[in-house]
Design a protein around this ligand. Structure first.
Ligand code: UDP
Ligand code: MG
Length: 136
């Protein structure tokens, strides 16, 4: 039985600014992910607020939304078996200082806010997030 899933990945402004997108994409491909679709975009603060709505009560929400809309990002649909969990494992902990060796956030992240990549955390959110960027 196949368990092929799709998840949404974002290469965040800090990584695009440092021109790390090709290297980060290589990590995905080497780890068995198929990049089904991708685009480089620069979203507005309003769009970032909508995307991160689940965090609206958090103290870091305003800065998080300013940050995600501060420069170009790469949004991608990644596909593989167990894509959601496997991408979360590849990304590592939210705080790069706590992320395991070899994970993307350990390798590329600068700080808890500038942590280089986003990945959906559940099947339901993956569907919503893919829809948000690709089916509008
Ligand atoms: N974030 C932050 N400060 C915090 C916690 C999170 O700036 O104390 C940012 C961080 O960039 C993170 C994003 O908010 O990637 C979303 O937080 P979440 O808890 O969903 O972490 P993730 O799912 O990205 O690991
Ligand atoms: Mg999250």
């Amino acid at each position: 039985m196949s368990n092929t899933e799709q998840t949404l990945s974002i290469i965040k402004p800090d990584a695009v600014e440092r021109n790390l997108q090709d290297e980060i994409k290589k990590n995905f491909v080497e780890n068995g992910f198929n990049i089904k679709d991708e685009k480089k975009i620069h979203i507005s603060k309003n769009e970032a607020e909508e995307f991160y709505k689940v965090h609206q009560s958090k103290p870091f929400y305003p800065e998080l939304c300013s940050y995600l809309s501060s420069g170009p990002i790469i949004v991608m649909i990644l596909e593989r078996q167990n894509a959601i969990l496997e991408n979360r494992k590849l990304m590592g902990a939210t705080d790069p200082a706590k992320a395991d060796e070899g994970t993307l956030r350990k390798k590329y992240g600068i700080s808890i806010d500038k942590n280089s990549v986003h990945g959906s955390d559940s099947l339901d959110n993956a569907k919503k997030e893919i829809d948000f960027f690709f089916n509008s």
